[in-house]
Design a protein around this ligand. Sequence first.
Ligand SMILES: *[C@@H]1O[C@H](CO)[C@@H](O)[C@H](O)[C@H]1NC(C)=O
Ligand SMILES: [Cu+2]
Length: 171
Amino acid sequence: MRSTVAVALLLVVLAVVPTVLAVTFQVGDTGGWNFGVNYTTWVGGKTFRVGDTLEFNYGPSHAVFVVDKAGFDGCDGSRATQRFSNRDTKIDLTRVGTIHFLCPTPGHCLGGMKLAVPVLASSPITPSPSPSPSPSPSSGNVENAKNVASKGIMSYGKIGVAMVLMYGVMR
Ligand SMILES: *[C@@H]1O[C@H](CO)[C@@H](O)[C@H](O)[C@H]1NC(C)=O
Ligand SMILES: [Cu+2]
């Protein structure tokens, strides 16, 4: 009986820990995947890592194509490797490197519906110590620090939920 509880607790911990630092980004924030959002600006200051997810929300006049850099630069979706039009598209970031997207509706990519997301390696479980102050800290560093901080808060939240679950199991 006790060992069953112990195994259950272990499974909860194993299920929670790997996802502690994973983040789902709403592409375009409240603007979604749409006209009128500058996706270069949206990407700026964010840190994307393997294990994170991009969520595209959009209306029926749009779609999401995954293209290579040439397709991105030329707004050419004809050689897309993935095509989605389900209005709520979740893309798991599984590889380091830049992943490119565009909307294939005529004129939309040229109008700005294109997105290039630089993906870094997955973050370690424990956040690395903040870099020592350099003579001219860039605003990028500040943004990164904020990102790490919010991920840290998120992980505490999930650990808190796990502890509440464990408490329920143990009672
Ligand atoms: C988006 O904003 C960047 C600056 O952050 C600017 O260089 C670029 O021209 C803008 N793109 C569009 C389509 O307005
Ligand atoms: Cu579109």
